[in-house]
Write a protein that binds this ligand. Structure first.
Ligand SMILES: Nc1ncnc2c1ncn2[C@@H]1O[C@H](COP(=O)(O)OP(=O)(O)OP(=O)(O)O)[C@@H](O)[C@H]1O
Length: 478
């Protein structure tokens, strides 16, 4: 690709970024590449079918108009998937094959917003119970899931899975969601299960990894493992929570087998764990790579806005049974500001205020809240920042890949981000210059020192760069 084309593409991305805002841009467009540029058409690519379909449905016109602002002669945008994701394949096992014919999307368009059940009033599909699915909490639905910057992509992907129909092609498989403790994985997975099972044609089975192990081991003991496997293969979506707890060679082999059978049959698999597939050390390498082969989405820390949203939704839910319960806005803001670690503590705080105000027949006040939730407020430890995080965030910000940062390429669009990343590594971590050099593709410590000095010098003069560096620091420390 020529430099002019690269420049144009950078300007188009700039336009796109300012037109949709930083958050939307980084969720949907950060991984979009320019493949080629013809006179009237532009060929772009994204890494997953999901991103492709999302961009086509929601942003096709926007992308075209940003190109036209740069090159009025452009009339067509072709968007393709870089690495082919798996589609629905024919079911190998005849016994487990769905008996219904596929419906045609064009003739039976899916309603734009599928109704999602919102209470325990509707029983979850009997197949879920019959198959020995893990218990579901009726409160954990899409309706009660609050969306924020850290979970937009995970939520959208989960929604897409939940709204699929029996026999629909599978867009990304498996969908793998990971996050730290208490950041909403179980909530999202159960929401998929509730919503998916509200369609009578579909069977969605939610299992914790423990239940998977137990189900399998128990089935082995009672010689019914074949039946258990058949049952698993008869479902449309298998949801497995807390995968990090899957242990034991036999169980793992069986899990791998089930995963392959389901994926090859075009059935959806959704997985949650507290770490990315590559960090699931106890799992076999083949399983890890299969897990990483679909869409892997991380849910970050809950931002203050999101925490406030969760608190409000919890208060609303509590008011359904306790109409007089009220938490004034300043108290909610105080809680959102001070309880920073996870959703479970936010829920705990509201429960305590509810209990206290009910038992003592007192309204909730700021003093009461401060007293009641004292132990939920942990002292702010400075966040330990990893060099990989710095490389990831910088690469995303400047639209280069992490491999570019580590490479020996010396083009300007890579050199500056690399220097910024090294500068951040020196200022935000305790790593030594040689160590940083090693982590940046085996560079010498003098190269790192040069980069650090260079950026130090520039930020004092160049306000754009200094704003960029500040933004990066904030993203990393969040
Ligand atoms: N985005 C959100 N909207 C509403 N509630 C949320 C959200 N994120 C977390 N919560 C709430 O926080 C609590 C903990 O969430 P959840 O159990 O889903 O976390 P988890 O990531 O599965 O944790 P673990 O790693 O311990 O399994 C739940 O009460 C959940 O409803």
């Amino acid at each position: 690709m020529t430099n002019t084309e690269q420049d144009r593409w950078s300007r188009v991305k700039g336009r796109l970024r300012s037109s949709v805002g930083e958050d939307v841009y980084s969720s949907w467009f950060a991984r979009m590449d320019l493949e080629s540029l013809q006179q009237e058409s532009v060929h772009l690519s994204v890494p997953t079918r999901f991103l492709k379909s999302w961009i086509q449905t929601h942003y096709a016109d926007r992308v075209l108009s940003c190109w036209q602002a740069e090159m009025p002669e452009v009339h067509r945008i072709d968007l393709t998937v870089r690495s082919a994701a798996r589609c629905a394949a024919p079911v190998r096992d005849a016994q487990a094959a769905p008996t219904e014919p596929r419906r045609d999307d064009h003739h039976h368009p899916r309603p734009a917003a599928q109704e999602v059940r919102s209470s325990a009033a509707t029983p979850v599909s009997t197949s879920h119970d019959a198959l020995g699915g893990s218990p579901l909490d009726p409160r954990l639905t899409f309706a009660s899931f609050v969306i924020g910057r850290s979970n937009t992509l995970a939520h959208a992907a989960a929604k897409q899975v939940a709204e699929g129909r029996h026999g629909d092609p599978v867009m990304f498989n498996p969908l793998y969601i990971h996050s730290g403790v208490g950041l909403g994985k179980t909530h999202l997975l159960q929401a998929v299960t509730w919503a998916g099972n509200s369609n009578p044609d579909r069977k969605v089975l939610y299992l914790t990894a423990e239940k998977f192990m137990y189900g399998f081991v128990a089935a082995l003991k009672s010689q019914t493992s074949l039946a258990f496997k058949e049952a698993l293969r008869g479902i449309d979506v298998l949801v497995i929570d807390d995968l990090q707890f899957l242990q034991g060679k036999t169980t793992q082999a069986e899990f791998c087998h089930t995963l392959n059978a389901l994926i090859d049959a075009g059935r959806q698999v959704v997985i949650a764990a507290d770490r990315p597939p590559s960090d699931l050390e106890s799992l076999d390498e083949r399983v890890r790579s299969r897990l990483a082969g679909g869409l892997v989405v991380e849910m970050g820390q809950l931002s203050e806005d999101l925490r406030l949203g969760i608190l409000k939704s919890r208060v609303t839910a509590a008011r359904a049974h306790h109409a007089s319960f009220d938490v004034p806005q300043p108290v909610l803001e105080y809680l959102a500001r001070s309880i920073t670690h996870n959703g479970r503590d936010l829920e705990g705080a509201i429960n305590r205020l509810l209990a206290h105000s009910k038992l003592n027949s007192q309204p909730v006040t700021l003093e009461m809240a401060e007293r009641e939730v004292r132990d939920l407020i942990r002292p702010q430890e400075p966040k330990r920042i990893k060099i990989e995080d710095i490389q990831r965030v910088v690469a995303r910000q400047y639209n280069v890949s992490r491999a570019d940062l580590l490479s020996s390429r010396r083009t300007a669009n890579v050199v500056r981000p690399r220097q910024v990343a090294m500068y951040l590594a020196k200022t935000l971590t305790l790593r030594s210059l040689p160590e940083i050099g090693r982590r940046f593709g085996g560079r010498d410590h003098t190269t790192v020192l040069h980069a650090v000095r260079k950026i130090e010098g520039l930020v004092s003069k160049d306000t754009t760069l200094s704003d960029e560096v500040e933004l990066l620091k904030r993203q990393l420390q969040e």
